[in-house]
Design a protein. Structure first.
Length: 84
């Protein structure tokens, strides 16, 4: 619903999104080099959430994005709350 209609619907909350939401699809076989190359192309004010993969690898990728690229990146776990 967020991507298609621009609305955030969670439990009893239904609000219009006041942000730009983008979804990127890549192969599950993309390696570290390809992921790093992709992250280098992201706008520096973007918030990055690494959510697909082994938890430790998601954390490693988000830490790299923070340290090497200065991106605001995190690897949220299931049931974590993030503020946009």
């Amino acid at each position: 619903m967020l991507l298609n209609q621009g609305r955030l619907v969670v439990d009893n909350l239904d609000k219009p999104a006041n942000c730009i939401v983008k979804q990127f699809r890549f192969s599950g076989h993309a390696g570290r080099t390809q992921l790093h190359d992709y992250l280098r192309k992201i706008e520096t004010n973007a918030k990055v959430f690494t959510v697909h993969g082994e938890p430790e690898m998601c954390k490693t990728l988000s830490t790299w994005a923070q340290q090497e690229l200065g991106l605001e990146a995190t690897a949220p776990r299931i049931n974590d709350t993030v503020t946009l």
